[in-house]
Structure formats: C-alpha cells, structure tokens
Design a binder for this molecule. Structure first.
Ligand code: GDP
Length: 372
C-alpha cells in the first residue's frame, strides 16, 4: 500500500545517504507506532531486537531516518550500546566530507555547531534530572557551561566570517554583469561536477580561474558564439537539515539568481523520481521553481533496470523496460526540454549543447532585444 511504499522509499534514500557517507547498510528495521516513544523513539522491544542484532553481527552504527531529540539519542545509545546517528547528523557528515573550500567548510562547521549546541544544553538538563543534581552538578555544570560558551563564541565568529564572504560573493555576482547565468542543480551524486567538467573541457571554451574565489565553481563557457556562466551547485537532499538550508544561503543564491537551471538526474538510480521531487521541492522553497529549466537525464550508460528484474525493491513497472521505452514515457513528455546523456562517456553531447544553446539564446535575446 501507499505508506508501505513511502517507507521503503525513505529507507532507500537513507541507505543511499549512508552509502554516500561511506557506510554499507546491513539491515533495516521498521516499526509502526501511533507516535514515537518520547524516551527512546522506538519501543523497548524493538530496541532490544536491534541491540541483539547489533551485538551478534558486530554492527558499528545505527542510523535513524528522523531527527532524534537529544535525550532520545542518549537513551538509545545507552539501550543499544552502539553509536547512534540521526538523519541530520548523517547529512552534516556528508557535507563535511565533501566541503572542499574554506567557505564550504565554514558553512558546514557552523551547521554542525548549531546542531550540537541545543544537544549539549539538553543533555545536561537530562543528566541533571536523572542525577538529582547531586555530585555531578559542580564540575559537570562548569564543564558544560564552558563548552557552551566556547561553542557560542565559535558560532558568532563563523557567522561573522560567513557574512563577510557573503558580501564578497554578492559583489562578485553583481560584477558578472549581464552575462546569462546557468546553474546545474540536482540531487547529490547525480553527476553535476562530471557534467561541469565535461562541458568546459570539451570543445567549449572555459576559463577556470575567473571566479575561483567562489566555493561553488563558476566557469565561463561558450557554446557556438554564445558565452554564459555555468555554476555547479550544492547537491540537494530531501529533508535538508534547517541548519544547512540557512548556512548554504549563499550557495542557493546562485540558484535563485540563475537565468536557466539545468536539472541533472541520475537515471540509473532506482529512486530517481524521488530525487526529482525533492529537488523541485527545494527549488520551490527558494522560489526558483518558475525559472526556465532543462531536464538532463544522466548516466544512460549505467541504465540497468533489465538486470534488476529480480530485485524485490524495484517496482513492478520497472521490470524489463529498456532505456528506449523509458525515453518514450513521461520523461520525454515533460514540460521542459529533455535530453538523455552520459556525462562520463560524453554521449549525446551535441544534443545537450544544442539544447543549452537554444535556451541561452532565448534569454540572451530577451535581455538584449535591440542588438542586431
Ligand atoms: P555530483 O555530486 O552531482 O557533482 O556528482 P559527481 O559528478 O561527483 O558524480 C558522482 C558519481 O557518478 C561519480 O562517481 C561519477 O564518476 C559518476 N558519474 C557521473 N556521470 C556519470 C555517467 O554519465 N555515467 C556513469 N556510469 N557514472 C557517472
């Protein structure tokens, strides 16, 4: 039924996130409760079941798909006796791993501290209640207070640092003048960077260092005689932690201020429709959903639904469907120009470039209507 499907879909995604973070998933546990247990999120029987499994199979980490309250996290760690991560934690970890510039690292560090701060506070409240404040209170309180002060100082320092960079970035965006701006958007790991490199390294002209101070890569690209700016943006994820939405504001500004979006989709991924939906959701949240868009279905070289015919997880409709049939279905009937490529093998690049050229030209003409 509907909710069963949703559940599988969410856990598929969580598994994908765990995989992205470098973990391999051994087993899934689900439980239906009318509402989560306030102390341990799951029921005690389920916790016991997980604990036994973890012990028996020497599992290192248990990941929850929702954000756990600080006390739930602590209680679960005690009960299951293993490292517990929640969804927010996992996503922050992925961003931390992938942050390459100091700007991105600053953003992630800020988000991590903001995640940590209330947890430190409430962890203490929880301890205090449990211990009745006796014995623990003196040194414990001082320690936590000191930690909190250090973290708060660090947070305001990071915020100042980001404000300065934000201003610089806004100025840089203004200085780019009237050139058409194209942003690559898409779920994380769909091949945006690969496409960016392929587009600028092939026969198109690219200036690598032009906007090298930005943490999102911005390159000047020329297709035909038409120059435009191509931006690689942060990968979108469903239920992006609020701490990250806030701290990646500047990165999202690139999307918000783009003239054209290239929505890259990993067609070889089982849940690519969900990915499209969560990207569209984010675009709506930042009010960028009305922009012209090109749909690029990437990784056609890895399209392998036929081989997955026996996979229980793949929906019935996917069995024995060829790429050609896929292209003929709703994807090619989308309201946006749509193209199927392999960024890795540079398949169908002429088609893609023509599509980008046409869209950029339209914007260019609307902007400079009186030029020849
Ligand atoms: P991003 O997170 O969207 O920037 O994705 P990346 O460009 O980093 O690519 C993620 C992974 O997908 C990398 O391992 C790429 O090599 C791989 N990849 C990208 N494009 C293709 C493609 O067309 N075919 C295949 N098979 N793999 C691809």
């Amino acid at each position: 039924n509907q909710s069963e499907e949703k559940l599988t879909e969410y856990l598929d995604e969580l598994e994908f996130l765990a995989f992205t973070a470098g973990a391999s998933v051994d087993k899934r546990f689900t439980q239906r409760l009318t509402k989560p247990d306030s102390k341990t999120f799951i029921g005690s029987g389920k916790a016991q079941e997980i604990r036994d499994y973890v012990k028996e199979n020497e599992i290192g980490t248990v990941i929850f798909d929702d954000e756990l309250s600080p006390s739930q996290l602590k209680n679960l760690e005690k009960e299951i006796e293993v490292k517990i991560l929640d969804r927010t934690n996992l996503i922050l970890d992925i961003f931390a791993q992938r942050a390459q510039t100091s700007y991105a690292r600053t953003q992630v560090e800020l988000a991590q501290y903001e995640y940590l701060l209330p947890r430190l506070t409430r962890m203490w409240t929880h301890l205090e209640r449990q211990q009745g404040g006796i014995g623990m209170r003196g040194p414990g309180e001082t320690e936590i207070e000191t930690d909190r002060r250090i973290i708060r100082d660090r947070i305001s320092l990071l915020k100042d640092k980001l404000k300065t960079i934000d201003r610089q970035m806004a100025t840089q965006r203004n200085n780019r003048g009237k050139m058409v701006r194209v942003a690559l958007v898409g779920y994380t790991n769909v091949g945006k960077s690969t496409l960016m490199n392929a587009l600028s390294k092939s026969d198109v002209f690219a200036e690598d260092k032009l906007f090298a101070t930005l943490d999102t890569t911005v390159r000047k690209v020329v297709i035909g005689n038409l120059p435009f700016l191509l931006t690689d943006t942060v990968g979108f994820i469903r239920k992006l932690p609020t701490q990250l939405v806030e701290s990646f504001k500047s990165t999202l500004d690139e999307v918000r201020e783009a003239d054209l979006l290239i929505h890259v989709v990993d067609i070889s991924h089982e849940s690519f429709e969900d990915h499209i939906n969560s990207v569209n959701q984010t675009l709506m949240e930042i009010e960028a959903h009305q922009k012209p868009m090109i749909m690029v279905f990437n990784k056609i070289d890895a399209f392998a639904y036929e081989q997955k015919a026996d996979d229980d997880l793949s929906p019935e409709t996917r069995k024995n469907i060829s790429l050609e049939e896929w292209m003929k279905t709703w994807m090619s009937k989308s309201k946006y120009p749509t193209v199927f490529i392999s960024a890795l093998k540079k398949e169908n690049f002429p088609e893609l470039k023509k599509m980008i050229y046409d869209e950029v030209l339209k914007i260019h003409i609307s902007r400079f209507p009186y030029n020849d």
